[in-house]
Design a protein around this ligand. Structure first.
Ligand code: PEP
Ligand code: MG
Length: 834
């Protein structure tokens, strides 16, 4: 593969370009950015020696040469000078490219992923500006240049008669814009077949990012993929899978239904309300009308503005802390949609402009914080609503939701919770994301909302919960009264407010068929996952509390592979008592109906401070007192948890697991504490089992290195790839700047996984995995080949991983693992997985 060096006068610009290109190519292409000079007073400039070093570094891993893209002026000179200093053999494989730096780098990087030569990648890079000119031509009136990159595959039709075709409708909100187009090109590039994308009369090579971009494929467009060649069928299957995965875009970037223009709200009267389809599916049932309302805010003056400002700051800080905890929790449960939404809300509250505006009001008008904050929040939401872009309008709901959280803290008024006594269709003014996140799909048959848009965060959450929803139904919905029968169609975006018997019956039938289809898909998920050669692999779920256990069971999990107990400790004023913990552990085990439940002791520390636990501030919290280290330093806390665990384990298949174990002494110490707790309980005459299966997480490189010793002391190992990867690669798992390095498929991480599996097998104990990598269905054959015998992931991913296991053959998996272990980079491993 070729590599890329980006040279700019500005380090930030060079890094930014690199980040953009890496994001599109998932870090598969060796790239380096060089920018700025080593002069703090005047950092803008270019340094030939830095360019030289970057080219040498990239050339070391890029066998097919290095393409250098530069911004302007001295960047070109520096690159040329660097060439003069290069060793002759390296210089022969370096090409300076005249393309514009941003468009060119992205185009060249995408082409690199499909094995383009230096000349081909350079030609695509140069043609990228033509794509932009053509796309803007209708607005600028400039003559569109149709780029025909030399060396790029021509958009010729595959030989008629031999071609196979695939018809696709594009659901991505922004069509096949740069990122999804890059994903399509990367997938097509893995196959030898000639692959063409057709939109109407126009055709493009699926292996050229520029040609695909020039087709201007939009949401709702129908396209044909035609392929001819020995692997044409496999290529079309891969593209079909990519399309089903929305070209790698997140849920919120994808429209559920085809691009139907949102219908304007209609008043009730003829018994039909039309709104925006927000979550597909039919529902029929009585209305549950919920009118939450905002806290009552009256204008009250104050004689102490400083005190009001301090109250506002405290409320803002607490609201942000609550949102960050919610985001953290969602992220750990792999609910990316919810995690992202709460993160956005926390960011909104961190916007200094909002605070400044509220403070100015408090000071100028001498009013209480609640009044000032409410006014600023309403003004900001109104400003969003006025924007012409529908997506931006929908952000008004986010401002109000996050802002109301602050208002409630200021007024002490709590929100009236949504409580449904029986299965009903929820009728609301506008559902907030916080409310949507708490809905129970067993009781909420559907959601009908007066306001809101299909891209609002509440709608995204409804989709992820599988609850049919129609939003933006307008004021006509206000005529609906408690218990009134409704028929809702989340696909069409309609609500019947006076359905007759026939309409109700038809809707019931539709709902039954819809539910049956969903259940059939789930049922397949609950069957055990055995490889083609008959080895059954338990596929378990990661949970954060007993409520998640029920969801795990429905998703078909064979047990719980990781119960993150820290969630029992977050968002409260004091630690849960032994009895509270006992109740939670029992509830999770009972919900799993006899399946094993692996409960991890408290994994908390400097990175997740909990005020009442007196967590010290640390300079390097990830390298500080985390997990087992934290608990060993607080014996009373550990003792309470262990007592609760022993009690819950009586008569239940509960296993105990310790996080962040770094060495044998630590493991001995927790085992001693565990045994002491057992004896204590037995001495009190409390029913405890003689033994409980006990294991540790392997998430510190030292533990992987010492896995043979540790395996001799416990009953199972579970690999936590999230932490293991960040510690092995020295790349913070939460830092986007090093996300490319923090890849669990890096051969360095795989080698430690293989080593751990070998140690477990030699000691005769099971080795499982509960880090995020276990949920990557594509990686399942590799993981089985490395020797893992159990996989645990977020519940939603269980069915796909089970399917992947069912398709695997252990002998082939082992061969694949050997190949992966011999790879140089994570990109190469990904390429192996297809
Ligand atoms: C891990 O580190 O892989 C893991 C599962 O633990 P957590 O994500 O809770 O740190
Ligand atoms: Mg961890």
């Amino acid at each position: 593969m070729i590599g890329i060096v980006v040279v700019s006068h500005s380090e930030k610009l060079a890094q930014g370009v690199l980040e953009l290109a890496s994001q599109m190519t998932r870090g598969a292409v060796p790239m380096q950015a060089v920018g700025g000079i080593d002069d703090p007073d005047n950092p803008i400039g270019t340094d030939p020696m830095q360019v030289l070093a970057a080219i040498e570094a990239v050339a070391a891993t890029a066998d097919d040469g290095v393409l250098v893209l530069m911004d302007l002026g001295s960047a070109l000179l520096s690159a040329e000078t660097a060439l003069d200093f290069l060793d002759e053999t390296v210089r022969a494989k370096v090409l300076l490219c005249s393309a514009p730096v941003v468009e060119g780098t992205v185009a060249a990087a995408v082409q690199a992923t499909v094995g383009a030569s230096l000349a081909q990648a350079s030609a695509e890079a140069r043609a990228a500006l033509g794509v932009k000119i053509a796309q803007l031509a209708p607005l600028t009136g400039e003559a569109p240049e149709t780029p025909s990159p030399a060396g790029a595959p021509a958009p010729v039709a595959p030989a008629a008669g031999q071609e196979r075709t695939l018809a696709l409708r594009i659901a991505n909100k922004n069509g096949l814009h740069a990122r999804p187009a890059a994903a399509l090109v990367a997938t097509a590039g893995r196959f030898a077949a000639d692959i063409v994308v057709r939109k109407g009369e126009a055709a493009a090579s699926a292996k050229s990012i520029n040609q695909v971009a020039l087709l201007g494929i939009k949401r709702g467009d129908d396209i044909i993929i035609a392929a001819a060649g020995p692997d044409a069928e496999a290529a079309l299957a891969a593209i079909a899978a990519l399309h089903a995965d929305h070209f790698g875009e997140r849920d919120e970037d994808v429209a559920e239904a085809p691009a139907a223009p949102p219908t304007a709200p209609q008043p009730a009267g003829d018994g039909v309300l039309a709104g925006a389809p927000a979550s597909a599916g039919p529902a029929v049932g009585p209305a549950h009308v919920h009118r939450a309302g905002l806290p009552e805010i009256t204008r009250r003056e104050t004689d102490d503005p400083a005190r009001e400002i301090a109250r506002l700051d405290a409320a803002l800080a607490q609201a942000r802390a609550e949102l960050e905890a919610l985001s953290h929790r969602a992220a750990r449960a792999s609910d990316k949609a919810a995690a992202g939404i709460f993160e956005v809300h926390a960011l909104l509250l961190g916007d200094d402009d909002l605070r400044r505006a509220a403070v100015a009001r408090i000071e100028a008008e001498k009013v209480e914080a609640a009044y000032a904050w409410n006014a600023v929040m309403e003004e900001t939401a109104a400003a969003y609503r006025k924007l012409s872009d529908g997506y931006m309008q929908a952000r008004a709901a986010d401002v109000l939701d996050s802002g109301t959280r602050v208002l409630r803290l200021l007024t002490g008024e709590t929100a009236a919770p949504i409580r449904l006594a029986r299965p009903s269709i929820l009728v609301v003014g506008e559902l907030s994301p916080s409310e949507a996140a708490g809905l129970d799909p067993a009781l909420v048959l559907g959601i009908a909302a007066e306001a809101g848009g299909a891209t609002a965060h509440a709608a995204i959450l409804a989709r992820s919960l599988g609850i049919p929803a129609v939003v933006g139904l307008g004021q006509g919905l206000r005529t609906v009264v408690q218990g009134q029968m409704l028929v809702l169609d989340g696909q069409a975006g309609t609500v019947l407010t006076a359905p007759d018997d026939a309409a109700c019956r038809a809707a019931q039938d539709k709902r039954r068929a819809w539910t049956a289809a969903r259940e059939a898909a789930r049922a397949k998920g609950t069957a055990p996952a055995a490889t083609r050669d008959g080895t059954v692999i338990p596929v378990m779920a990661n949970i954060g509390g007993p409520a998640d256990a029920a969801r795990a069971l429905t998703a078909g999990a064979d047990g719980v592979g990781l119960f993150r107990t820290e969630f029992l400790f977050l968002e409260r004023e004091s630690a849960p008592s032994e009895d509270e913990q006992y109740a939670a552990y029992v509830a999770a085990a009972e919900a799993m109906a006899g399946r094993p439940v692996i409960i991890r002791t408290l994994d908390i520390g400097g990175d997740k401070p909990v005020a009442y636990l007196d967590t010290p501030r640390e300079d390097n919290p990830f390298l500080g007192q985390r997990g087992a280290r934290f608990c060993l330093a607080r014996p009373a806390l550990l003792r309470t948890q262990l007592r609760a665990l022993w009690r819950a384990a009586a008569g239940r298949d509960i296993w105990i697991m310790y996080p962040m174990i770094s060495d044998v002494a630590e493991l001995r110490a927790v085992l001693a504490a565990q045994e002491a707790a057992r004896r204590e309980l037995a001495g009190e005459g409390i029913d405890v089992p003689a033994k409980v299966k006990t294991g540790i997480m392997i998430e510190v490189p030292a533990a992987a290195a010492m896995a043979d010793k540790l395996a001799g002391l416990c009953d199972f190992l579970s690999i936590g790839t999230n932490d293991l990867t960040q510690y092995v690669m020295a790349a913070d798992r939460g830092n986007p700047a090093v996300a490319g390095l923090c890849d669990s498929l890096h051969p360095a991480v795989l080698r430690l996984i293989a080593r751990t599996c070998q140690a477990g097998a030699a000691a005769g104990i099971e080795v499982g995995m509960c880090g995020e990598l276990a949920g990557e269905a594509k990686a399942a054959p590799l993981l089985l080949g490395l020797g893992l015998v159990e996989l645990s992931m977020s519940a939603g991913l269980v069915p796909e991983v089970k399917e992947a296991v069912r398709g695997a053959n252990l002998a082939a998996c082992r061969a694949l693992a050997q190949k992966a272990l011999a790879c140089d980079t994570a990109g190469e491993v990904r390429a192996l997985l297809g």
